[in-house]
Design a protein around this ligand. Structure first.
Ligand SMILES: [Zn+2]
Length: 319
């Protein structure tokens, strides 16, 4: 199977012997996929390290469930519109479609909030919330919004909101201290920010697994980079292929030239999200590596197996 061809048209590939399809079709769900099946390796490594900080995740989970979730619900009920069967059900349908394809049984509350900035966010530990900003709906079509909702569901699936809160608390705690402590804790803050960026790459893979359309996912990032307001859309038709070429050129420059690489890292160091070009290249490399097609072919870890492994590990630790 040629990866590039199969990624663009997975439904056209069948087994030469039994004629069964080799890959899931667009509207077929995955079955119990564990988030580890698509988690970026550096996201996984950093999450393991965060999890190992004694007591912090447990304390944060308790605090977030008791106070944070409630505060978020009150905030978004106050300033945004909750979607339901009789209020913007179209957006809810897109969430359901993304959940169906990813096979997730998470039940987030969905809000639409007004903003001129294209953005969506996920929060909540016990009662998750997804907020979609109105500018996204102005500038993106349903397929792209579905991919974005897949991205947000990926954050929930990988348990990111809890650790993102831990990371933000540690980052803000660091900022509130004296200049000396701030300086000494700089490597930790940088490491946390680096993890936040890797968590986004995991969520981008969930976006692709929900969308099943790599062109749509890259176009979505192209829109984040250049916008799609009427003035832009009427004057130019933005194309995916030259944008991918640009992103690859940048990645090549940074790989070949140490100074370019260092400059890229320096410019990204204080960001919670990776640059769009990095996200495009990372997603394409994951696809080219074959991992995406492996998942569509049914080769991925399942939640039940992952749960069993965690239980065994806990028993081993207790022993
Ligand atoms: Zn994200």
């Amino acid at each position: 199977v040629q990866v590039a061809h199969a990624v663009l048209r997975p439904e056209s590939h069948c087994c030469g012997t039994c004629l069964q399809p080799l890959f899931l079709r667009k509207d077929e769900p995955l079955h119990g996929i564990a988030s580890g099946g698509y988690q970026h390796s550096l996201d996984r490594r950093m999450l393991t390290a965060l999890h190992a900080i004694p007591g912090v995740p447990q304390a944060m989970r308790y605090t977030l469930e008791a106070i944070g979730d409630k505060a978020a619900r009150i905030l978004f009920m106050s300033e945004a519109i909750e979607c339901g069967d009789d209020q913007f059900p179209e957006l809810l349908e897109l969430v359901d479609k993304a959940k169906w394809r990813l096979d997730l049984d998470i039940e987030p509350r969905l809000f639409l909030g007004e903003s001129p900035h294209m953005n969506a966010l996920t929060t909540g530990v016990g009662q998750p919330i997804i907020v979609v900003r109105s500018a996204l709906l102005d500038q993106m079509d349903d397929d792209a919004v579905l991919a974005i909702l897949g991205h947000e569901l990926g954050h929930l699936h990988a348990n990111h909101p809890l650790y993102m809160s831990v990371a933000r608390a540690l980052l803000q705690g660091g900022l509130a201290t004296s200049a000396l402590v701030r300086l000494l804790s700089l490597p930790i803050q940088r490491a946390l920010l680096r993890w936040l960026r890797y968590a986004e790459l995991t969520a981008d893979r969930a976006a692709l697994l929900a969308s099943r359309d790599i062109t749509c996912c890259v176009r979505m990032m192209l829109t984040f980079a250049g916008g799609n307001r009427p003035g832009t859309a009427e004057r130019t038709r933005m194309r995916v292929a030259p944008f991918i070429r640009q992103c690859r050129e940048l990645a090549g420059m940074q790989l070949r030239n140490g100074v370019d690489g260092m400059l890229g890292s320096y410019l990204a160091a204080d960001r919670t999200h990776p640059f769009v070009a990095v996200r495009v290249v990372e997603l394409i490399q994951w696809v080219e590596h074959g991992s995406y097609l492996d998942i569509l072919a049914g080769d991925y870890p399942r939640r039940s197996a992952a749960r069993r492994r965690r239980a065994c590990r806990r028993q081993d630790e207790q022993a």
